[in-house]
Design a protein around this ligand. Structure first.
Ligand code: PFF
Length: 452
């Protein structure tokens, strides 16, 4: 696999910040809260946390170590380690191609709210029905995702993503602080206590295998796992950076942002719907329906809301840039198409594939593949099918082809491997079996063969 000069992260902080930059995005702010709300609140949170310290830890260590060991991104890395398993790299590479279009649709929704707030329409944005009217409009959401893809493509086309990353390193901590601040504000609203309890207190009656499927998919999505991204990041990591403690830091950072995002949104749903619990099932629109109401109830809410949506837009853009960049590199390496031309092709492809995800909430709402909206369908294919398959194959590959020792050796280059036992048992036995169960049950459920 050919590569441009492979630059390295200069130190551990640089690596952690860059990987956290890819990890923190709409997955934390938009996706986590609506899934937590939908799948039982506290029980989802608990399952997510358990999976993060076991599965998330194991798979992230494995991917980063594979990347650093080979110095290559996904396809080349698997190829170098064992040619027969190159297909895992290809499979992982399909995931960003599926995610980017619908990610851009949500990015477009953020642009819409940013425009609402900057043009002084924050009160209107908080009205019931505002979001529904927007997403069912035949043209507005399309214009918005088009702008989002255009900005992403221009940055990738000009190759200035490093500049964007630099700015985002300053903006992301501001977003983190703002999220915590809004979460605390939400907690002080009268009536938030029921929502807060729903969000943090596990209710085992809400548990089902669906909780695990959803939490697992979210974990992969949020931490950019099982899609080749962390392999690429690992390939840029210097040999003297400690893998295990880096992984711990990225996980803590990513999980904290998701936790506070849920805390700013889920209790607010209870506050603004007079205890009507059906509102928590709003699905992908939850953040956009709820947050304007929170801002509307605040002093200076229109300014805080504007700042918030600018920062979310930035977080979304840094993620979409890294998604597009990944796809462009693959096309460039494998099909030998120039980077600029590849960017253009991907941008056009993304616009076309984004169309159904957007129209699925409006004029195409009658078409429901596997009973889902188009956006949910693409989300399901990537998060509940492809990512578990890639994760399962990666675990099998590490556990039985190159063997866990090969990874442990890489981790131990400069430090001890404290949770090596956990890593080995998870990789060889627990993860593959559980992933298989999850995969089969979510496919059977989607096909309507069993109800889980
Ligand atoms: N992890 C990102 C999020 O939570 O929003 C999504 C993502 C971004 C995945 C970039 C992959 C990627 F390359």
């Amino acid at each position: 696999m050919k590569h441009k000069k492979r630059s390295n992260f200069s130190n551990k902080l640089g690596f952690v910040l860059a990987a956290a930059g890819s990890a923190v995005g709409l997955g934390n702010l938009w996706r986590f809260p609506y899934l937590a709300a939908k799948y039982g609140g506290g029980i989802f949170l608990l399952v997510y946390l358990i999976l993060a310290v076991t599965f998330g830890f194991t798979i992230m260590i494995g991917e980063i170590a594979i990347g650093r060991k080979t110095g290559l991104s996904a396809i080349g890395a698997f190829e170098k380690l064992d040619k027969k398993y190159t297909f895992i790299g290809y499979l992982a590479s399909i995931v960003p191609i599926i995610i980017l279009p619908y990610y851009s649709v949500i990015g477009g929704w953020v642009i819409k709210y940013f425009v609402d707030f900057i043009s002084g329409n924050s009160v209107k944005a908080a009205k019931d029905g505002h979001f529904e009217a927007f997403i069912s409009n035949p043209t507005q959401p399309i214009i918005c995702f088009f702008i989002f893809i255009l900005i992403t493509a221009i940055i990738v086309f000009l190759g200035v993503e490093k500049g964007v990353e630099k700015v985002s390193k300053i903006l992301m901590p501001v977003l983190a602080i703002l999220t915590v601040g809004i979460a605390i504000y939400t907690a002080t609203l009268p009536g938030s206590i029921d929502g807060l309890l729903y969000y943090v207190k596990p209710n085992f009656n809400h548990f089902s295998i669906k909780t695990v499927v959803a939490a697992m998919g979210q974990l992969f999505y949020s931490m950019s796992l099982a899609m080749g991204i962390m392999i690429t990041y690992g390939s840029y990591m210097k040999k003297d950076v400690k893998i295990e403690s880096s992984v711990t830091q990225i996980e803590i950072f990513d999980t904290c942002i998701a936790f506070f995002a849920g805390m700013m949104i889920v209790p607010a749903v209870f506050v603004f719907n007079n205890g009507d619990s059906s509102a928590i099932n709003a699905g992908p629109g939850l953040m956009f329906i709820t947050l304007p109401k929170v801002f509307n109830s605040m002093n200076l809410g229109s300014v805080i809301g504007l700042l918030f949506f600018i920062l979310v837009l930035f977080a979304a853009l840094t993620s979409s840039i890294s998604l597009m960049e990944t796809i462009v590199s693959i096309i460039h390496d494998k099909l030998h198409i120039g980077r600029k031309k590849a960017t253009l092709i991907i941008a056009i492809f993304t616009c076309i594939v984004a169309l159904p995800s957007s129209l699925g909430f409006g004029i195409w709402s009658g078409i429901t593949p596997l009973g889902m909206s188009f956006l949910d369908f693409f989300d399901f294919i990537s998060n509940s099918i492809l990512m578990p398959i890639v994760a399962m194959l990666t675990c099998f590959f590490i556990g039985f082809v190159i063997k866990t020792d090969a990874i442990a050796e890489e981790v131990k280059l400069n430090s001890s491997f404290k949770r090596e036992k956990l890593f080995v048992i998870m990789t060889k036995y627990i993860a593959p079996v559980l992933l298989l169960i999850i995969l089969v049950s979510s496919i059977l459920n989607a096909l309507g063969i069993v109800k889980i």
